[in-house]
Write a protein that binds this ligand. Structure first.
Ligand SMILES: Cc1ncc(COP(=O)(O)O)c(C=O)c1O
Length: 361
């Protein structure tokens, strides 16, 4: 019997960081760079509000949230679009810009959804080599052709945990043809407190050919509610509103994100926690010759090249102790693991486990 034929799309589906391996055991999940401190107390209050109206469709333009974003980040209300995670905004940008055989440049180790959504719409991906796990502006520029439409970079980058500083970003934008869209994904920007770092939004707020991505899934702890936003020139935003699913952002997500973005105390506390624990964890691993990135995001890319055991064996030992890290096989980064920074008790347990593992090898 013949059946309707669907397109054969040559991609591998995204595999999220694992949550558990054995259903009977409790695991510490350090595989998806989620918030280690949960959500702020004021966001929790929203969940306890029994009068939430859910029988009505949400506001299709998320005006309450966009007002709060505009106030907190001092940017233009009309240049903001909200999505079901920044993930959905990546998808919409690809839909809006890319035709078959257009080219997209991605650093070789970059967030997997850039390549997945680009390929779905038929674009060709060109990977630019990184240097020491850091995005190379020179190598991006070498990949530019007449067909290049978009360059995506996450800054800080996932999964490498490295970043481009302000002058590198400015140089990249200056050297790229004006008609190429530079997408800067600020997913982890809050965690980067280095003096030479500036977020994409702060640097390119007024640019017509830079598009910014932001998320509430990381520091703000709203990963499960699926809420993120994009920022760009009004013409781009207006075009995105035409292709956006009408009710992509649910009301609860909008209310929680509105509350979360104005809770400065929680943001400060999360950043401090991340710096303190990130340094402690990094230092312990270094003792066993496991190197990693500076603490500029809420995760470490652990490199086992100088260590006496492999990342694979270490991962196995972690799992035996109910700790889940993220393997780097899909990213094709050899002998490395990515580990998110957990809450205090998770981190204390992790440090104990690491010492135990290395004592026995
Ligand atoms: C760099 C980067 N961008 C975007 C996302 C997706 O975030 P969201 O949950 O907002 O879709 C992630 C998630 O891991 C990420 O690492």
């Amino acid at each position: 019997m013949s059946v309707p034929k669907f397109k054969n799309i040559n991609i591998k589906a995204y595999k999220p960081g694992k949550s558990r391996i054995d259903k009977k055991k409790k695991y510490i999940k350090l595989s998806a760079n989620e918030s280690s401190l949960g959500v702020s107390a004021s966001v929790k209050k929203i969940f306890n509000n029994k009068n939430l109206i859910i029988n009505r469709y949400p506001d299709s333009k998320s005006k309450i949230l966009r007002k709060a974003i505009s106030k907190e980040t001092k940017c233009d209300f009309d240049k903001i679009i909200c999505g079901a995670g920044s993930d959905e905004i990546i998808q919409m940008i690809c839909q809006l810009y890319l035709n078959k055989n257009d080219e997209v440049i991605l650093p070789e180790y970059s967030f997997l959804m850039y390549r997945i959504y680009s390929k779905i719409v038929g674009a060709k991906i060109l990977f630019s080599k990184e240097i020491n796990y850091k995005v190379s502006v020179e190598n991006i520029l070498k990949k530019v052709t007449k067909k290049t439409k978009i360059v995506f970079i996450a800054n800080p980058n996932n999964p490498t945990g490295t970043y481009l500083n302000k002058s590198e970003l400015l140089f990249l934008r200056k050297k790229l043809n004006k008609n190429i869209l530079l997408v800067i994904d600020d997913a982890y920007h809050e965690y980067n407190i280095k003096a030479d770092y500036i977020s994409g939004l702060d640097l390119f707020k007024r640019s017509k050919n830079v598009f910014i991505l932001r998320t509430f899934s990381k520091l703000y702890g709203l990963a499960s509610l699926r809420i993120g936003w994009g920022y760009g020139d009004r013409k781009i935003i207006n075009a995105l509103y035409k292709i956006k699913p009408p009710f992509n952002v649910n009301f609860l997500a909008e209310l929680c994100a509105t509350e979360a973005i104005s809770d400065k105390k929680f943001v400060k506390k999360s950043i401090k926690h991340n710096v303190i624990w990130g340094k402690k964890i990094k230092k312990l691993f270094l003792k066993y010759n496991v190197t990693s990135n500076e603490v500029v995001s809420n995760f470490l890319l652990l490199n086992f090249n100088k260590c006496k055991i492999s990342s694979k064996l270490f991962m196995k030992q972690l799992l035996n102790n109910q700790v889940i890290a993220r393997t780097m096989e899909e990213y094709k980064i050899k002998n490395c693991l990515r580990l998110s920074i957990g809450n205090s008790s998770e981190n204390k347990y992790l440090l104990k486990v690491v010492k135990k593992i290395f004592k026995n090898v």
